[in-house]
Design a protein around this ligand. Structure first.
Ligand SMILES: Nc1ncnc2c1ncn2[C@@H]1O[C@H](COP(=O)(O)OP(=O)(O)OP(=O)(O)O)[C@@H](O)[C@H]1O
Length: 254
């Protein structure tokens, strides 16, 4: 297996508070990896460092052999790293199709952008299909449900042809039906991409996770299958010791 993401000794400090404390993490090409951990464990901070939003004080992030630390966000996107945020960022006045087209144009050179394009490109059509948004292609993104917005945002990543997708709590706030459809979407994407998902929803994890990394206090506490991490006494202790753990995670791990 080829290592796609190799994080070594990552340290992030916010005004004296250590958010990542020498974090090591390896993700292989083609993996679907779930990242869990109590609030404040450093999961989002890790994604922020990988995508160039936050600078570490120490450590390295190698992506396909290229160092990402010190690179600007748009360069990292161009290298093939795509992310979603907890709140989907779509252009509400534009249609679903226009949002995808705009995201796809990000990769194009200026001459291709200036050339008048007709119809729907293959990759936009394929993203519409993967995200099950074909029937909504001409609707303004502003009228989409919470779930549909998340799928559109994922579609907007796909048209940029990323090698690695980082999804931050994709099912947060979703209905049962939307969670299920997101799980299926995740499986379709994971068949052709490397995906790292931050998620608290244990039911979702049990259903769709293969390998799980548990973070705690800015480090990796444990790695394994859902069953392995759920049975781990230290993982249980970390979750049980906190009353603020969101929703099902605390009950389910305990
Ligand atoms: N910009 C910032 N300035 C100061 N502290 C920050 C900043 N960003 C994150 N932190 C702190 O760093 C710690 C790690 O935050 P992070 O958001 O990475 O955790 P998380 O594991 O993603 O948690 P959650 O599950 O709640 O999203 C938290 O204690 C948070 O308050």
């Amino acid at each position: 297996m080829t290592v796609l993401l190799d994080v070594r000794g990552l340290r992030v400090v916010f005004s004296g508070f250590v958010a990542l404390d020498g974090l090591d993490l390896t993700v292989e090409e083609g993996e679907l990896r779930f990242l869990i951990g109590p609030n404040g464990a450093g999961k989002t901070t890790l994604i922020d460092v990988v995508t160039g939003l936050t600078r570490p004080v120490a450590g390295s992030v190698r992506f396909g052999g290229t160092e990402l630390v010190g690179r600007r966000e748009h360069r990292i996107v161009r290298l093939g790293v795509g992310r979603t945020f907890q709140t989907a960022t779509v252009f509400e006045e534009l249609t679903v199709l226009e949002n995808l087209d705009l995201a796809a144009s990000f990769r194009l050179s200026l001459p291709s952008l200036l050339r008048k394009r007709r119809g729907v490109s293959d990759e936009v059509a394929s993203a519409l299909e993967t995200a099950e948004l074909t029937a909504l292609a001409d609707r303004p993104a502003g009228v989409l449900s919470h779930g549909q917005r998340q799928w559109l945002e994922i579609g907007m990543l796909l048209v940029q042809r990323p090698r690695l997708l980082l999804l931050d709590e994709p099912v947060a706030g979703m209905s049962k039906d939307e969670r299920e459809r997101t799980g299926e979407l995740l499986q379709r994407i994971a068949a052709t991409h490397t995906v790292v998902v931050v998620e608290h929803d244990m039911e979702f994890l049990r259903r769709y996770a293969r390998k799980v990394t548990v973070m705690h206090q800015g480090r990796v506490l444990r790695e394994g299958s859902v069953a392995e991490v759920q049975d781990d006494p230290e993982v249980r202790e970390v979750y049980l010791g906190r009353s603020a753990v969101r929703g099902a995670a605390a009950e389910e791990v305990s």
